[in-house]
Ligand binder design. Sequence first.
Ligand SMILES: [Mn+2]
Length: 351
Amino acid sequence: MSHNNISIAKGFDIIGDIHGHADALILLLKRLGYHRDHGHWSHPTRRAIFVGDLIDRGPKQRETCQIVREMVEADCADICMGNHELNAVAYSTQTESGAYLRPHSRKNQHQHASFLEELPLGSSAHEEMIAWFKTLPLWLELQLEGGGTARVIHACWDQESIERVSQYLYPSPQGMILGNEFSHELFTPEHEAFKTVELLLKGPELKMPEGTHFKDKSGIKRTQCRVAWWTEGETWAEVGIFGSRDIYGLDLEDTITEGQTILYKDSPPVFFGHYWRSRSSCLPTHKVACTDWSIAKGGELAAYRWDGEQTLSMDKFVSVSEDVSEDVSEDVSEDVSEDVSEDVSEDISKF
Ligand SMILES: [Mn+2]
């Protein structure tokens, strides 16, 4: 059961970013001992937790959402909103002046095109999906029956930001959500609500020193990089996350002198997705686990089977890969520029 962002069960399976790979999801659910019965997947004793980003890549986005939604509505699962669901809401919402909250720029159109192909803008199927996205809580707390607690969020757990953003959200049985009449301030770049929600769902970033930059995998020049909010470090090599090896003018061994980094110091373990990781880089500390193993780029779909332990370990992960031959041509991400805050491929820095 779940209420107020708290999910209670005898055991949890935290499932990473699916990005439209419904076949891999079904494979993973079977591997985890879930069965499809009464129109939805469920486990006799465990609860599935999704970290968001069901969409915007992959061959079966609608089916992916359908599977997850059925599980949530049958009270067998919970889901946190990902930045792609957040973007989808903004992309389809107009202000009083008629402008879209997420501009329909060439980049944004391209990024969202495969979703809109399955669910055309303005169709009732699309409207229904967006209405569901508005009901997804932005974070979750897991409570093992008679045991410990853990936290789940798409990109970055920062307690202060969570408390600050709550005033712009609506309470629901699932927790704090955007809601139907959500605040447009959440999508107004100058507003603190925007900055806060960006931090939680896209992760913190750091401005690189004057005169330095890196080129992302699309060759786009970037002057900001992602920050490993789980790592204590003083140098760019320790806490900077770059989307490529093309870094100019910056000595990675240099100490970071300006800008604030967010460091997770709380005691409950945190599960998140978003960071395009793999088996070798998913558990940087025993308190934080990244369940995004890059299924959308030929990687794996992973789940962490959490049973209340406060020290996380590698042997609790279960993963599947998909037959890549069927969808290798579907990945639209390779030839389009994206904000550094969107999706960066596996980085070269230490995790
Ligand atoms: Mn993401």
